[in-house]
Design a protein around this ligand. Structure first.
Ligand code: DGI
Ligand code: FE
Ligand code: FE
Length: 191
């Protein structure tokens, strides 16, 4: 079995129909963005398939995994369980599949973003917002922005996430803020 076959079987077994279909959609969008912005298409597809691999663990399973892997969460991370699947997923893919650092890092930061993201990181971050299964208000605008540049789409995605989190009084991860600031400064200098 090649690695993508094993990965497909793994996500099919670990994820609900809904999230399995989401993962296939993100893989397709990541492949599309890779071709458009000049990254290896097969690597981007693999990252898309893999990105939410541990999304459906229980709270107990995450905490056990973090303890076994000696992963220490910050206070913000402890209080934001939605961030856990990216941290756990990256470690799992490193251990079980030995994927490249680029894939591992893209999965690790696919939820928060961070400063200084590489091309695959940005591709996965945006593919997650524009995949075919997404239907939130504003998804068409995100898809249009993704045709202009990855950074232009990231600006909108990060603003969307930060506004949502602030409105709901939830903590905003420092990596999310660092990513937002960097993109805003970058785009303002281009004008
Ligand atoms: O796994 P998906 O649902 O496909 O998408 P995702 O990995 O981007 O996760 C989105 C969720 O993560 C969404 O509910 C908002 C949350 N999130 C993203 N950035 C932050 C965050 N939550 C907190 N508390 N802080 C963040 O900085
Ligand atoms: Fe995710
Ligand atoms: Fe996702």
């Amino acid at each position: 079995m090649n690695k993508n076959d094993a990965l497909l079987k793994d996500i099919r077994e670990r994820l609900s129909d809904f999230r399995y279909i989401h993962s296939l959609g993100v893989a397709e969008s990541a492949g599309y963005l890779a071709e458009k912005y000049g990254y290896d298409k097969e690597t981007a597809i693999t990252a898309g398939l893999a990105h939410d691999v541990l999304k459906e663990l229980s709270k107990e399973e995450y905490l056990k995994f973090f303890e076994e892997e000696n992963i220490i969460l910050s206070d913000v991370e402890k209080s934001a369980p939605k961030l856990w699947h990216a941290v756990a997923g990256a470690k799992y893919l490193e251990k079980e599949y030995g994927f490249s650092d680029e894939i591992i890092t893209a999965v690790r930061y696919h939820t928060t973003g961070r400063a200084n993201m590489g091309l695959l990181e940005k591709i996965l971050f945006i593919a997650d917002f524009i995949s075919a299964d997404r239907n939130y208000n504003g998804v068409e605008d995100m898809r249009k922005r993704a045709e202009v540049s990855l950074e232009y789409a990231m600006e909108e995605g990060l603003r969307f996430t930060i506004e949502d989190l602030a409105r709901e009084c939830r903590p905003i991860h420092p990596d999310t803020i660092a990513c937002y600031n960097e993109i805003i400064v970058y785009l303002s200098q281009k004008k």
